[in-house]
Design a protein around this ligand. Structure first.
Ligand code: DSN
Length: 448
């Protein structure tokens, strides 16, 4: 039986992606290999539990693929899935310099919740970045389940400088004694000082240093963004589909001793890898998505190749040029620019329009981005003052610095002509003609 309605919609989405340019900084285009693994027969398999390791770092990829070690699974038929998951774990550890990786979280939210569940008791305090300043929903926004269970307190940035007030953060941390200091963001265009956060965390007994690096994971493994593990962080969570360019999913990396997840370890920072494994399964999830884990492994293999460093560097170069070109055209940028892959522009103070109006105008010409709150936004969350855009996806398509000039021209033209359907249609045709010169990686047989 052929499901015409769904496959027609998938065809239509393929055309939208081919004919447009993706500027949402948390989105990307996957390779053929990632897509094939995700669409594979591994989706049929249940694999609750974990493959066995006895000293992860002693194994090479080849050994991990070849040996069948005694497993810690609950169902039979795992000879292939064990190997897939071991490869994913080993590659993730190598990419980030971690002692352990849990590749099973279905999403970034699941990854973060599993870490909270692993380390915290009811009512414990977590100190994270304010959502309104660029933090993330899962870092304790009052509407989330975790905010009902734990006590989240928040820090923000000076929107002009983009700097955190580390003295103030230290003062609050010492007073509140959080069990987790969390560094991470989804709308922050600068790079935090991990050493300063780590120094604060080390003054608090039993404080877990956790970094949610979902947005910049690809920049970290590409060597153009600091790695929190180099500064003494204990845990890094991430999604796998943003700058890392893998399938939609979550990942938890940790430092510490990798133990048997079937035995409950003592709650110490050293035992964090095992506490996390138990927290993911059976703590907060059931069966892992083995087709997605295979796709994660494929994307980790891609990210381990030398070309990935060029890709990561190009993302940052493109973002810097795009920020400059937007500024030249009257866009006021939060923090005055960018040091990573994303740009936050205040379109209310630049052009007197809400972010949603700009989002719609750009959608109309085939450029996709999202409305976003700016720090201390005077407007309500659903009608915020800003737009958020970034370069990970367009860099995958192959756009370079010179193309950022054209892009900035189109962005301004869409905003200026937002009430002129004929002009918007003309711009849309121009964008589509340009975009078709840069095929989606999944359209290419040879992949990325
Ligand atoms: N929704 C993601 C983003 O766009 O940043 C974060 O989860």
């Amino acid at each position: 039986m052929f499901d015409k309605e769904i496959f027609t919609l998938i065809d239509s989405e393929t055309k939208r992606q081919r004919d447009g340019l993706e500027l949402i900084p948390s989105e990307n285009y996957v390779s053929r290999g990632v897509l094939d693994a995700m669409g594979s027969i591994l989706t049929n398999k249940y694999s609750e539990g974990y493959p066995s390791f006895d000293g992860l770092t002693e194994y090479t990829d080849a050994q991990l693929g070849a040996e069948i070690l005694p497993d810690k699974r609950y169902y039979g038929g795992q000879e292939n899935t064990d190997r897939v998951e071991r490869l994913a774990i080993a590659r993730a550890c190598r990419l980030f310099g971690a002692d352990h990786a849990n590749v099973q979280p279905h999403s970034g939210a699941q990854a973060n919740n599993a870490v909270y569940n692993a380390w915290l008791e009811l009512g414990d305090t977590v100190f994270g970045m304010d959502l309104g300043h660029g933090g993330h929903l899962t870092h304790g926004a009052p509407v989330t389940q975790s905010a009902q269970i734990y006590n989240f307190i928040r820090y923000g940035i000076d929107p002009e400088t983009g700097e955190f007030d580390y003295d103030e953060i230290e003062k609050i941390a010492i007073k509140e004694q959080p069990k987790i200091i969390l560094v991470g963001y989804s709308a922050y265009a600068r790079v935090p000082d991990f050493a300063k956060f780590a120094a604060i965390g080390k003054k608090i007994p039993g404080c877990l240093l956790m970094a949610d690096m979902a947005h910049v994971a690809g920049l970290i493994v590409g060597g153009v963004h600091p790695n929190p593990f180099d500064y003494g962080f204990h845990v890094v969570t991430t999604t796998t589909h943003k700058t890392l360019r893998g399938p939609r999913g979550g990942l938890i990396l940790s430092k510490g001793v990798v133990g048997n997840p079937l035995k409950k370890p003592e709650k110490t920072l050293e035992n964090i890898p095992t506490l996390i494994d138990r927290s993911v399964f059976p703590g907060t999830q059931g069966g892992p998505l083995m087709h997605v884990i295979a796709a994660k492994a494929v994307s980790f293999h891609e990210a381990l190749q030398p070309e990935f460093k060029d890709y990561a560097a190009q993302i940052v170069k493109n973002a810097g040029v795009l920020a400059d070109e937007l500024k030249k055209r009257g866009f006021k940028l939060v923090t005055g620019g960018t040091s990573n892959h994303l740009i936050l522009a205040d379109v209310m103070s630049s052009f007197g329009i809400h972010g949603g109006i700009a989002e719609k105008a750009l959608d109309d010409i085939g450029l996709t981005l999202n409305k976003n709150a700016i720090p201390n936004d005077p407007e309500p969350p659903f009608r915020p003052s800003g737009i958020r855009l970034g370069t990970p996806a367009i860099t995958t398509r192959g756009l370079k610095e010179k193309d950022m000039v054209k892009l900035a021209e189109w962005i301004l033209a869409a905003i200026e002509n937002r009430e002129n359907p004929e002009k918007l249609a003309k711009l849309r045709a121009e964008v589509a003609k340009f975009a078709r010169q840069f095929p989606l990686p999944s359209d290419k047989k040879e992949g990325i």
